[in-house]
Ligand binder design. Structure first.
Ligand code: BGP
Length: 490
């Protein structure tokens, strides 16, 4: 007998910056993600910014901060994969029908800020954008699918990045709240679940990992950007509850389970400190409405001064989230010792864990780590939890008859769902699960198409060639069975 409660929210997850496309259609303005999607530094199509001497570069990972004197490059000569992405903009009806066929109870997507506010500065939203999402939500509802909407998924309007210095600028707090307010008012009765910021913790987590070295100034900027996002999130949560008391607002954390690679007490302590910096720092503020005590240690380490006012503290206190959500792809073993065998993945660097297997992109396959993460979060926050991203980026092969056999993906999900089941049995209040990239989309980390996550295949390659036709992989039929049996038939 499985332990998934009745009404468990099974579904899939996407984001506008990697799936929606239509980047310059329907009155949409350019966004940060239009110039920063993915990037291997050696690939010219990945050029995203120009340094002060005029040399082109690629952005290394999420949370990238533009250096002084540099500018973003919108180079028409280069191919930016997310400009058309996998074209939800023109395929939404067809895609939603496929999600419904799998039996989705919930579908996670994001609203592109610059589709509603092309520069972020307008007083009134772009009606064509507002109507686009309305018809999408109506279609989901017509199929009995609950939308789960991320308000910000790495895609600030480009104007705000270039002209306003992005999240370094406190002005973005109220510009974001204006955007969020439009969403809450326009989609009242259509949407119930909202996430304020995707993987909000990336900004500090990736600063000093992945071989990245950051100076105190970079930390000052990152913590300040986060403070502004915390304020924006809290204000939005409060406002949402005023607009509709039925609204449920969640935080969204990039959930990496950190392990000490050895039992050297220094590794144990380092591990604890990393959980604090990378995971708890953000979710304590969003769930408990105040900065944790250990924040002082983190700020002191890098001479960070946030000048937090009493008014700020009040805002944070009044806007705590209703539920906890996170993405989970891997664990990461870390050590204070010289690392011989490095293990990467999602921008995080640690050492290879001899007990785990790794994906083609070097991400640790660790279903037990998911249960571990769930237990830690459940214990610390006592809130309902949703896993809103989990999946395996892998190569798919289309057979001559058009079929796609992806047993490795099925195996990945089976093992993770088994651990979710055990976590629920142990008392974790897990209410939903949306697999990442339920339909193939552009990779955020690399900009590739060949790194595929979907149950649904999209005919498009790394250069943007292909018919965009959709087809079902073996995992499509498997997941349909899982949902129909409420996690019993794995
Ligand atoms: C998370 C992001 C997603 C998604 C996922 C997979 O960090 O929230 O947007 O992209 O990672 O990463 P990738 O696309 O690099 O394989």
């Amino acid at each position: 007998m499985s332990h998934f409660p009745n009404g468990f929210l099974w579904g899939g997850a996407t984001a506008a910056n990697q799936y929606e496309g239509g980047w310059n259609e329907g009155g949409r303005g350019p966004s940060l993600s239009d110039v920063t999607t993915g990037g291997s530094v050696n690939s010219p199509r990945m050029i995203t910014w120009i340094d002060k001497y005029g040399s082109p570069h690629a952005s290394p990972s999420h949370g990238f901060i533009l250096p002084e004197g540099a500018s973003y490059a919108v180079l028409e000569d280069y191919y930016y994969p997310n400009h058309k992405a996998t074209d939800f903009y023109h395929h939404w009806k067809e895609d939603i029908a496929l999600f419904a066929e799998m039996g989705f109870k919930v579908f996670r997507m994001s609203i592109s800020w610059s589709r509603l506010y092309p520069t972020g500065m307008e007083d009134e939203p772009n009606q064509e954008g507002v109507e686009f999402y309305r018809q999408v939500f109506q279609e989901l509802k017509a199929h009995g699918i609950e939308p789960l909407v991320t308000i910000w998924h790495f895609d600030t309007p480009l104007y705000l990045e270039e002209q306003k210095n992005g999240w370094n600028n406190r002005e973005l707090v109220d510009l974001y709240v204006k955007f969020a307010k439009t969403c809450f008012e326009e989609y009242k009765g259509l949407v119930k679940y909202w996430l304020t910021f995707n993987e909000i913790n990336n900004t500090v987590m990736f600063l000093d990992m992945f071989g990245n070295v950051a100076n105190d100034e970079a930390f000052q900027r990152a913590y300040l950007q986060l403070h502004h996002q915390f304020l924006a999130s809290a204000k939005a949560v409060k406002l949402a509850h005023e607009i509709d008391p039925e609204y449920k607002l969640g935080c969204m954390i990039c959930g990496i389970a950190f392990y000490p690679a050895t039992n050297d007490p220094n590794d144990i302590l380092l591990n604890r400190n990393l959980w604090e910096k990378n995971i708890f720092y953000c979710s304590d503020v969003q769930c408990k409405g105040e900065y944790p005590r250990f924040a002082k240690r983190l700020w002191k380490e890098h001479d960070v001064d946030l000048a937090i006012s009493e008014e700020d503290r009040k805002i944070l206190k009044e806007g705590t989230v209703d539920f906890y959500t996170f993405s989970y792809y891997m664990s990461n073993s870390i050590t204070t010792h010289q690392a011989e065998d490095k293990a990467g993945g999602n921008g995080v660097e640690g050492v290879k864990n001899p007990y785990l297997k790794y994906s083609d992109w070097g991400w640790a396959f660790d279903p037990v780590g998911l249960r571990y993460f769930l237990k830690v979060i459940d214990d610390r926050y006592h809130k309902p939890i949703m896993i809103v991203e989990n999946g395996l980026g892998a190569y798919d092969k289309v057979e001559e008859d058009g079929s796609i056999h992806d047993p490795f993906r099925i195996e990945y999900y089976r093992k993770h769902i088994q651990e979710m089941d055990k976590a629920i049995e142990e008392g974790v209040d897990l209410i939903g699960y949306t697999t990442w990239g339920c339909i193939d989309l552009v990779s955020a980390g690399t900009g590739e198409m060949r790194k595929r996550y979907g149950f649904i295949y999209v005919d498009m390659d790394d250069e943007g060639n292909g018919s965009m036709a959709r087809s079902k992989k073996d995992s499509f039929y498997w997941y349909k069975k899982v949902i129909a049996s409420n996690g019993e038939d794995l």
